[in-house]
Design a protein around this ligand. Structure first.
Ligand code: SF4
Length: 267
């Protein structure tokens, strides 16, 4: 695996890697010390709003390929935290991700995850690991709409069942590290009813909502900033803890959903 290029955004640094078989993946350094790593070449979940899963899955990464992203970047910038949130879903390459996770932990790194939460038994295993945070991408609490948005994310009911079973067993401190990701997209999942459904779900589970701002990578549009704020306030008024999208997540380089497989043209 070799580093092909480093692309500088307003805040983030995007590292473009070429694998032994010529395929290309990406990792993003944000906040100066946190590395978002990829786990698959492509993604089988194929969320309709995400650039990374546009062409489906080419193959899984090996544990060494996941670790190598860190090793290369760490030569130039000391990395303290790993976000397993790049291209691919960690639960769909679970054995490799687990192996890499324990190696990262062995090096004293904090490791957090983003996942669609499927298959359910792997989600359970993930929740029980000594992670530093797990964000489960929900995006809609309506199973039909979620299926439309995240066609191969498994059954929402199964994911929620695992959360319902596991969350009460956790200490408050650990439960505070679990969050539901909700990214409102104009005209798709941004209705008042949807916001209320998400709010009720988060309240019932006792977890926070990570309110992501959509980075435009397809024909879909983000909600207006005023609506984004309204949604934030509505969730807050329901008694839900809400984390807003940071500027790092919104950077045109390396922001959420913008990573590409086999990138050809450099920005
Ligand atoms: S948002 Fe995540 S799970 Fe969905 S296609 Fe993109 S990388 Fe895969």
């Amino acid at each position: 695996m070799r580093l092909l290029s480093v692309i500088e955004g307003e805040l983030n640094l995007l590292f473009l890697f070429e694998l032994e078989d010529g395929k290309r993946i990406e990792a993003v350094l944000y906040r100066g010390d946190t590395l978002c790593v990829s786990t698959q070449v492509g993604c089988p979940v194929r969320c309709i709003f995400c650039a990374s899963g546009r062409e489906g899955l080419f193959r899984n990464l090996t544990p060494q390929e996941i670790l190598e992203q860190f090793r290369i970047v760490n030569r130039f910038f000391p990395v303290r935290r790993i976000a397993v949130a790049g291209i691919g879903d960690p639960l769909l390459n679970w054995d490799s991700v687990k192996e890499a996770f324990w190696d990262f932990k062995g090096m004293g790194l904090k490791v957090s995850f983003y996942t669609a939460g499927f298959p359910p038994e792997r989600l359970r295993e993930l929740l029980r690991l000594p992670h530093s945070g797990v964000t489960v991408s929900i995006h809609s609490a309506d199973p039909t709409l979620r299926k439309k948005m995240m066609p191969h994310a498994g059954d929402l009911g199964d994911t929620l069942r695992v959360l319902e079973e596991e969350l009460p067993k956790m200490s408050k401190k650990r439960r505070n590290r679990i969050s539901l990701a909700y990214m409102p997209i104009k005209g798709l999942n941004d209705s008042d009813e949807e916001v209320e459904r998400i709010g009720r779900l988060a309240r019932r589970l006792g977890v926070s909502v990570t309110l992501l701002y959509y980075n435009r990578v397809s024909d879909f549009e983000p909600v207006d900033p005023a609506r984004y704020e309204e949604i934030f306030l509505k969730l807050r008024s329901m008694g839900v803890r809400v984390t807003l999208s940071t500027r790092f997540r919104r950077d045109r380089v390396g922001g959420c959903g913008t990573l590409l497989v086999n990138r050809e043209v450099l920005v």
